[in-house]
Design a protein around this ligand. Structure first.
Ligand SMILES: N=CN[C@@H](CCC(=O)O)C(=O)O
Ligand SMILES: [Zn+2]
Length: 422
């Protein structure tokens, strides 16, 4: 083991109120010490931690000390970030990165007035089924690297563009190569070969497909949207989630994307880790979420790219609901891997404060994945540091579209003479 002292931090967001000011636990003129393994420290692009896929592309190492520069202990190596802000790396708890092709013409048609109902998913399913494993792996790796370059340290990846037993297993196996946070989404839409036989397809998803997919997944998800001709109603969603739970998977849902429905309350009732989208919420939905352990994950890239009304984040936050932000990176409704964009949209369009939005994109995402080792920078946390080309976190929303955030690559360190900060 060796240690790295990161110094020159104008503003350190720890997300630990015991370490600093406010809910973000802000420490100004801060330093942080990271303990890293001698051979394993640097991680650019897709990678693993300690040889095992963990939450995605982040660095290895653990936070060992946090405090004021003036009180910093010696370390084997010193990195001075020169007056920049450092925040916990983003936790992107909702993506669909395992796919082939794109749907740019569908996006252009929407911008010209067409609406989204999930029907375009079938074209991505066809492209994905026809793609080689090498092509899918390369696309997945490129998207994970793209996210990592913009400050994402932990990433969830769903299947859902295969929709046969073999294709779903293939997507989950490939996703497992880049993250441990994999989600079985066989119940994304009813595939064309099951048109008019949705219940038969649910039998497949909850039967043979689940048996084959569960070993490669941590979570199960379902697109619960009774108003869509392509997705699943409340009874079908319940069947999928109950079967997934029985197979040992954690639960999450796509709910309330296109209209109000039973998904949010179903998720709370079944103890889902997260209900995602929440674009259309009823008072009963918010009441159910309040005081529950289910996180409401908001995906403003979807509203941006489908020109839809944004979710009522203020109603959720003011009711005390735990809120996460994620990209939902996918070729249909949100082809962005940028958590900073989602933060900027949340602040500008959903009336979240910059602090609320950053918390939701880090600690909120960790809660949505039921992780207690990422999304904060206290002692013992993974050393997933994101450096901002700015002196404070407010700049993430204040300077939209500017590439301010980058994941910090920690160099390998051999144990040696301890050095004092310069
Ligand atoms: N709504 C369901 N699934 C994705 C969209 C998938 C697609 O359109 O390809 C979503 O989260 O928005
Ligand atoms: Zn999604």
């Amino acid at each position: 083991m060796g240690s790295i002292l990161v110094t020159g931090i104008a503003e350190l967001v720890t997300n630990d109120p015991a370490l600093g000011v406010g809910r973000l636990g802000i420490v100004r003129d801060a330093a942080i010490v990271v303990e890293v393994g001698a051979a394993s420290a640097s991680a650019e692009g897709p990678g693993t931690r300690d040889g095992m896929p963990d939450g995605g592309p982040a660095s290895v190492g653990r936070v060992a000390w946090v405090g004021l520069i003036a009180a910093a202990p010696p370390a084997d190596r010193v990195i001075d970030v020169g007056g920049r802000a450092v925040v916990p790396s983003f936790v992107d708890s909702h993506t669909h990165l395992a796919f082939a092709g794109d749907r740019a013409p569908e996006f252009a048609a929407r911008m010209a007035g067409e609406s989204y109902d999930g029907g375009g998913i079938a074209s991505t399913v066809a492209a994905t089924r026809g793609a080689s494993a090498e092509a899918l792996r390369a696309r997945l790796a490129a998207l994970v690297a793209e996210a990592h370059a913009q400050g994402t340290g932990t990433i969830e990846v769903k299947s859902g563009y295969g929709l046969t037993v073999a294709d779903e297993v293939r997507l989950l196996r490939l996703s497992r190569e880049v993250t441990g946070e994999t989600t079985f989404l066989g119940a994304h839409v009813v595939p064309p070969e099951y048109a008019g036989r949705a219940d038969d397809y649910v039998d497949l998803v909850t039967g043979a497909m689940l048996i084959e997919c569960a070993p490669h997944a941590r979570w199960i998800d379902v697109f619960c949207e009774p108003g869509s001709p392509h997705a699943f109603d409340g009874d079908q969603a319940r069947a999928v989630l109950v079967a997934g739970r029985r197979a040992g998977l954690g639960l999450r849902l796509h709910a309330g994307q296109l209209g109000p429905g039973p998904g949010v309350r179903l998720g709370v009732e079944l103890g889902a880790a997260a209900v995602d989208h929440c674009t259309h919420l009823t008072v009963a939905d918010i009441d159910a979420l309040t005081g529950s352990t289910t996180v409401a994950t908001l995906l403003p890239g979807v509203e941006f790219s489908t020109r839809s009304p944004y979710p009522d984040a203020r109603a959720l936050l003011d009711a005390g609901v735990r809120v996460a932000l994620a990209t939902d990176c996918n070729p249909g409704t949100s082809f962005t891997s940028s958590m900073p964009l989602c933060i900027a949209l949340a602040v500008r369009e959903m009336h979240m404060t910059p602090a609320e939005a950053l918390w939701a994109a880090t600690a909120g995402g960790a809660l949505a994945l039921r992780r207690d080792d990422v999304g904060y920078l206290g002692v013992g946390a993974h050393a997933d540091l994101t450096v901002l080309e700015a002196p404070s976190h407010e700049h993430l929303a204040y300077r939209p579209g500017v590439p301010l955030a980058r994941s910090m690559a920690l160099p390998p360190v051999a144990d040696g003479a301890r050095r004092r900060p310069r």
